[in-house]
Each structure stands twice: as structure tokens, then as C-alpha cells.
Design a protein around this ligand. Structure first.
Ligand code: NAP
Length: 288
């Protein structure tokens, strides 16, 4: 059992981890840390955390586990604050959606990657933000990816892996670069497309009419465009190379489809849609 878990950023993900830790009695105490006192007070009132401390360096003293759950762009500042703490013996982990930039930020702040820092990313979430949207079962039957390096302390890695299993997740280890490429394709590109589609339609003159006649397909495709813009801005910038590569690949496919539509190439269009339908049907069968 952990003695003092400190969660920096008690939003959707940090709050859900806190709830799950409390639900499963994995720590004696759970402390929240963040910039907004009202939100932290709300988290305490909701029973998500036991107490809060807005001063990172103070909050993490005597912690045995520190979980960083702020937007990726805020991570460098959090690592810099942690690096000022003498005698910090805690295992440190994070939940950022990009791993290469987080490891680079930790290395820059500490001078070298701290052995007890285990970078992680739960493949779970919703389009909602903030502690009120958090729930304890968010990670049940989901994946948690860990991206250890040669410097990672095996015991710290084992401890973080156990935490995720205790929260109900399946743990997968991979290299940070590979993680960033995979997530650019499966998560970051879909968010970019959803934001772009909605923005394109919103800019069109007839937008009132367009949104009036938008039905289930539009809703399904664009749900994730309701996600937090700051978080996704940070993710796009932090994983820019892999995301640009995916956008270019997608542009090529879209260009091919456009040409096929222009020349009424029925067979080519149908072939592409059939391939996509079969791939999605297979995926959904395994997912459910
Ligand atoms: P969220 O609900 O918006 O929570 C973010 C938390 O970070 C809030 O507690 C916020 O506190 C705090 N924060 C924001 N800016 C800050 C700053 N400058 N200084 C200190 N604290 C700050 O976002 P989330 O969805 O939980 O995402 C958190 C992390 O999880 C991100 O790194 C994201 O990439 C990753 N992630 C998200 C998902 C998802 O689907 N949402 C899935 C997996 C991983 P305030 O009250 O002060 O704003």
C-alpha cells in the first residue's frame, strides 16, 4: 500500500486515478496539487482527494508516489519544480498523451532522467475535462502504456505497472518514439480531423442550416472535437513530427478518393470503403 500519493493536476485523468486509488484502498492518503484552489477544494468536497497543497515542492515531500496529470505543455514547469526538491525519494509517473517530449522535459529539468521516473499513458479518456467528469472505473479493461528507458529503475517500473493493474488496466511497455507514432495515428490524427471538420463547417455561410441537418454520423465523427483545446494544442505541438507525417499520409488518401469521385470510379471507391468497413468491423468486434 502507498503511504502518500500526490496527484499534480486533479482533472479528468488525475481525478479518476485518485478516485480509483481510494476505491481500491491503494494509499493511506491522496493529496491533490494544482493551480486552481477552487477546483482543488471541489475535488476534496467530492471526496476525490483527502487534502490539497498548491505548492508542488511542499506537497511532494514525504510522498512515495507522485502522479503528474497536467496538460503536456505544463509538464516542463512541473518537472522543474520537482527538480528543486531535495531528498525526493518518490516514484514519479505521468499520464501525458505524448511520451518523447515528456521524457525530454524530465531530462532537461533534472539534468538526467531520474531512475524512479516511469513515463506512462493510459489509453482511456472522454471528451470531457475537469474533476467533475472523473470516475473511478475509467481505466477498467483499458490499456496503460509505459515507456521505460535504460535508466528506469526496475522496481519503480514494477510499482507503476502494479498501480495500473490495480486500477483495472492492462499494462503494455513500448519505446517512447513508437508510442508517439502509434498514438499519432490512432488518437491524434482523429482529433485533428474532428476539429478541422467542425471548424470548416462552422466557417461556412450556411452553417445554421448545416448544423440543423447534422445527424448521427456528424455526432459520431465529431464527438472528440468537444475535447479541451489547450490539451490538444499541447499534444499537437509536442508530437508534431509524427502528427504531420500522419496528416500527409491522410492527405494522400483523401486526394486519391477525391480523384476517384471526380472520375466516378465506382469500383475504386467501393473497394476503399469496403476495406475500411471490414477493418472497422474487425476492430469493433475485438474492442467490445
Ligand atoms: P483536465 O481534465 O483538463 O485536467 C488537467 C489538470 O491539470 C487540471 O487539474 C488542471 O487544473 C491542471 N492544470 C492545467 N494547467 C495547469 C497549469 N498551468 N498548472 C498547474 N495545473 C494545471 O485534462 P485531462 O484530460 O485530465 O488531461 C490530463 C493529462 O492526461 C494530459 O497530459 C493529457 O494529455 C493526458 N491524457 C488525457 C486523456 C483524455 O482523454 N482526456 C487520456 C489520456 C491521457 P486547473 O483546474 O487549474 O485547470
Amino acid at each position: 500500500m502507498w503511504q502518500r500519493v500526490v496527484i499534480i493536476g486533479v482533472g479528468l485523468i488525475g481525478g479518476s486515478i485518485a478516485r480509483a486509488i481510494k476505491k481500491n484502498a491503494l494509499s493511506r492518503v491522496v493529496i491533490g496539487c494544482g493551480r486552481d484552489k477552487e477546483q482543488l477544494q471541489l475535488a476534496q468536497d467530492l471526496g476525490v482527494i483527502d487534502a490539497f497543497d498548491q505548492e508542488i515542492a511542499h506537497a511532494v515531500r514525504a510522498a512515495d508516489l507522485v502522479i503528474i496529470a497536467v496538460p503536456v505543455g505544463v509538464m516542463p514547469a512541473v518537472f522543474s519544480a520537482l527538480a528543486t526538491v531535495k531528498d525526493l525519494h518518490a516514484v514519479i509517473t505521468d499520464v501525458g498523451s505524448v511520451k518523447g517530449s515528456v521524457l525530454a522535459a524530465a531530462q532537461a529539468a533534472f539534468g538526467a532522467l531520474p531512475p524512479r521516473f516511469v513515463a506512462g499513458h493510459p489509453i482511456a479518456g472522454t471528451e470531457k475535462s475537469g474533476v467533475e467528469a472523473s470516475f473511478a472505473d475509467l481505466f477498467v479493461n483499458r490499456c496503460a502504456i509505459l515507456t521505460p528507458t535504460a535508466q528506469t529503475d526496475p522496481q519503480a517500473l514494477m510499482a507503476v505497472a502494479k498501480l495500473w493493474r490495480d486500477l483495472g488496466a492492462e499494462v503494455v511497455e513500448m519505446e517512447a518514439t513508437h508510442h508517439d507514432e502509434v498514438l499519432a495515428a490512432t488518437s491524434h490524427l482523429p482529433h485533428v480531423l474532428a476539429y478541422t471538420l467542425v471548424d470548416t463547417l462552422a466557417k461556412m455561410d450556411e452553417r445554421r442550416e448545416i448544423f440543423r441537418f447534422a445527424a448521427g454520423g456528424f455526432r459520431d465523427f465529431t464527438r472528440i472535437a468537444s475535447s479541451d483545446p489547450t490539451m490538444w494544442r499541447d499534444i499537437c505541438i509536442a508530437n508534431r513530427e509524427a502528427i504531420i507525417a500522419m496528416i500527409e499520409r491522410y492527405q494522400e488518401e483523401l486526394e486519391t478518393l477525391k480523384n476517384n469521385i471526380a472520375r466516378s470510379a465506382q469500383a475504386d471507391i467501393e473497394q476503399q470503403f469496403t476495406r475500411a468497413k471490414q477493418a472497422r468491423d474487425r476492430f469493433m468486434k475485438n474492442f467490445i
